[in-house]
Design a protein around this ligand. Structure first.
Ligand code: UFG
Length: 332
């Protein structure tokens, strides 16, 4: 199989590329390196640097490489930033996907696995979240991902493309070898921020609110190991190869951990005394988000094995402690 991975230099995309190459697939990576890192790209992948919104560039890649399927991770993904720059998010995420789908139609590429998010649901109707619940995104990021799902749905209907949309919950951890991992600039995600505090790069972690209606008052999230997450993408690609119908699946661990529990897990994994202070609530944070991933398990045969929070934290720590300043080639 020749798989085109869009956003293959990013945190999640780079883990996909490594697992695909481990399995003997030929991988073509496209990334504009705006948020991705050159060093994260597997040396056996064919790499094209460019932007998916550049129609001629993208068509050129499809013309040159014989692509059997696409994994699409190329998008902006920060909730807070999306509130300030909605038009950038619609342009990069939605328009970028439109150009991609046009190229897929033109070059007769039938299968796409899509990186979606729990942010498509908005404030949850009830917990755990299932795929048939209503979607009411609370920010432009979630809205663009929901719109991208709709773009795929109608393009699939008209042009015989098949898609699987995977709605991620809180992705964390890193490849067990510690060679690739999470490096966002600026960093906003809980696990890397806690580990930056463990490394002494921050004096403390600020807990965004301790007055939520949860057992210890801090927000509860469903953390899924990036390597388990990517296993689901590979299963989804095989699912589509078998002519199964387009569908949407949640990917989480079906268990929730509070911010305080995550900090405690990090203290155990790192042996460091990580200082925590209580701050204000962050706007738009639901108190609890936990996935039901039963559908992915039943239909795709997904079998996540790294669900223990200690495992997620230990693997994230391997990356952060080996690479305290992240990828070196990145300009600040
Ligand atoms: N948090 C803190 N302090 C910090 C950072 C985060 O207390 O310094 C808390 C947040 O308030 C939240 C939890 O830690 O309760 C997790 O926060 P993240 O920013 O790591 O993740 P989110 O749950 O906000 O967002 C994740 C993904 C998004 C996706 C969303 C879906 O990162 O891309 O889940 O709901 F949209």
């Amino acid at each position: 199989m020749h798989i085109l991975v869009l956003g293959g230099a990013g945190y999640i995309g780079s883990h996909a590329v490594h697992q695909l190459i481990d399995r003997g697939e030929r991988v073509v990576v496209v990334d504009n390196l705006e948020t991705g890192h050159h060093e994260a790209i597997h040396s056996d992948a064919v790499f094209y640097q460019g932007d998916i919104r550049n129609r001629d560039f993208l068509r050129g890649v499809f013309a040159k490489e014989s692509i059997d399927g696409v994994m699409h991770f190329a998008a902006n993904s920060l909730v807070g930033e999306s509130m300030e720059k909605p038009l950038q998010y619609f342009d990069n995420n939605v328009y970028g996907t439109q150009v991609l789908l046009e190229a897929m139609v033109e070059y007769d590429v039938k299968n796409i696995i899509f990186s979606s998010t729990a942010a498509t649901y908005g404030e949850p109707e009830s917990i755990p979240l299932t795929e048939n619940m209503s979607t009411n995104p609370a920010n432009p990021y979630g809205e663009t991902k929901r719109t991208m799902e709709k773009l795929m749905k109608w393009t699939a209907h008209a042009h015989g493309i098949s898609y699987v949309s995977l709605r991620y919950f809180n992705v964390a951890g890193a490849r067990e070898t510690g060679e690739i991992g999470e490096d966002h600039r600026p960093e906003t995600h809980l696990v890397p921020i806690i580990l930056q505090a463990a490394l002494g790069q921050r004096s403390h972690i600020t807990i965004f609110g301790e007055d939520y209606d949860t057992a210890d008052g801090t927000c509860v999230r469903d953390y899924v190991h990036v390597e388990d997450l990517i296993q689901a993408h590979i299963l989804a690609m095989n699912y589509l190869k078998n002519d199964s119908p387009s569908d949407i699946f949640n990917l989480g661990s079906s268990q929730g951990f509070s911010v305080k529990e995550m900090i405690e897990a990090a203290r155990n994994a790192t042996g460091k005394n990580i200082k925590a202070e209580t701050g204000e609530r962050r706007a738009g944070d639901p108190s609890v988000l936990i996935a039901s991933s039963d559908k992915a398990k039943e239909v795709l045969g997904w079998n996540p094995t790294r669900t223990a929070i200690t495992k997620i934290m230990e693997d994230a720590w391997k990356w952060h402690s080996k690479n305290p300043n992240g990828y070196q080639s990145k300009k600040e």
